[in-house]
Design a protein around this ligand. Structure first.
Ligand SMILES: Nc1ncnc2c1ncn2[C@@H]1O[C@H](COP(=O)(O)OP(=O)(O)O)[C@@H](O)[C@H]1O
Ligand SMILES: [Mg+2]
Length: 361
């Protein structure tokens, strides 16, 4: 895509926007009846989805990705921040307004086994939202179900089957057809291929790309797997402990990460091409992320970062521009050894010799 087109897309009104989203969950009550402190699962996340574009949201389990997805879809109420659907502020929409908003935003979940009602025929699973949101009945409804089945690579004959008569990949196609049934503007795919075999994964990813070209939906693609995310995303946002630590064009983020956490996620991904495999060196991540109920004062990643230096433990880094596009929230970018917006030299990220190797191995 040319630079001009990119700029146009950037300035166009997003179809869905989350501004400074915060979500706190009440801490669980302990054995002795004392309430533990609140869990801040999402801590000031801003992101925008554009028609016909995919934003990848990647991070380890527990980083807050699913919570962001559920806040955007208004399946959860925000603690702070706003959700805008086009020009409408839907943060506190209720009743009919909320129903209308939900029609525009659909979700595809990880597990196609538990997300489809086993007692319903495929035709009814897909037909229900068509009738509910668009009022189609009878022959019109049947024709629409057939069209949806065909668009996800199934055939009209599948309408009579039950979910347990289909494979995992076929069920995920049904889940996608059901999500597309209300004719949504936005699709949130939360670990949508993570439960599938590798060969089936790529079929489903290609299907999503095809459907996006056909229908122009904006996609938020949530996954812990950066190699999967980069395959389908135009932009990537990297989450750590409830915050976005890096954002930018998918190729820039995946080829030249500016945040040590992104580099660590990348080195955990097995590389298919041997030439790439040699070039990539392992970044060792020590320990677990801090608990979301006990956030550090400085950079959330400082306790595990192989390149951390003094300011990282004291001051939270701001997002600053990275060469090649996007931003990273990392002190190395501004006060480190003169990176000046460049991506990280790998030497900086190798484990220090006095540290024991761990998790990412
Ligand atoms: N309903 C809930 N009640 C309490 N804590 C929750 C709830 N949902 C998520 N969390 C916590 O919020 C954090 C982020 O979870 P989640 O959004 O599911 O992360 P991810 O999708 O990246 O794995 C985790 O610490 C998780 O335990
Ligand atoms: Mg999740």
């Amino acid at each position: 895509m040319s630079a001009v087109t990119e700029a146009t897309v950037e300035s166009a009104t997003p179809v869905l926007e989350g501004v400074d989203l915060v979500k706190e969950f009440a801490g669980r009550t302990s054995l002795f009846g004392r309430a533990s402190s609140k869990v801040r699962a999402v801590d000031g996340v801003t992101l925008r989805l554009h028609a016909g574009r995919t934003l990848g949201l990647v991070g380890e389990s527990g980083s807050g990705k699913s919570t962001v997805g559920r806040l955007l879809l208004r399946l959860l109420d925000v603690t702070g921040g706003e959700v805008h659907l086009g020009a409408d502020d839907v943060t506190r929409a209720r009743g009919r307004d909320l129903n209308q908003a939900r029609r525009a935003m659909q979700m595809v979940f990880q597990d196609p086994y538990s997300s489809l009602n086993p007692t319903m025929r495929i035709g009814d699973i897909i037909g229900e939202p068509v009738t509910f949101h668009r009022g189609l009945k009878g022959a019109e409804l049947d024709a629409e179900v057939d069209r949806l089945l065909i668009s996800v690579g199934l055939s009209p004959e599948h309408a009579r089957r039950f979910p347990d008569e289909m494979s995992g990949g076929q069920r995920q196609r049904v889940a996608i057809a059901r999500a597309l049934a209300p004719d949504p503007k936005i699709l949130v795919c939360d670990e949508a291929v993570s439960a599938l075999d590798i060969s089936i994964q790529s079929q489903i990813l290609n299907l999503l790309l095809k459907l996006q070209r056909e229908f122009g939906v904006a996609i938020l693609f949530v996954s812990h797997d950066l190699s999967v995310v980069r395959h389908v995303s135009h932009e990537i946002a990297v989450m750590y402990l409830g915050q976005i630590v890096e954002f930018g064009p998918a190729d820039r983020v995946a080829d030249s990460p500016a945040h040590p956490y992104t580099a660590a996620l990348l080195s955990a991904v097995p590389e298919a091409k041997p030439s790439h495999r040699r070039a990539r060196q392992k970044v060792v991540l020590r320990g677990d992320p801090p608990s979301p109920s006990r956030r550090p004062a400085g950079c959330p990643f400082a306790s595990r970062c192989p390149a951390a230096f003094e300011p990282c433990h004291e001051t939270r880094p701001e997002h600053t521009p990275v060469n090649g596009g996007g931003t990273a929230a990392c002190h190395l970018q501004t006060q480190g050894p003169k990176l000046g917006g460049r991506s990280l030299p790998i030497e900086l990220l190798r484990a220090r010799p006095d540290e024991a190797p761990s998790a990412a191995d």
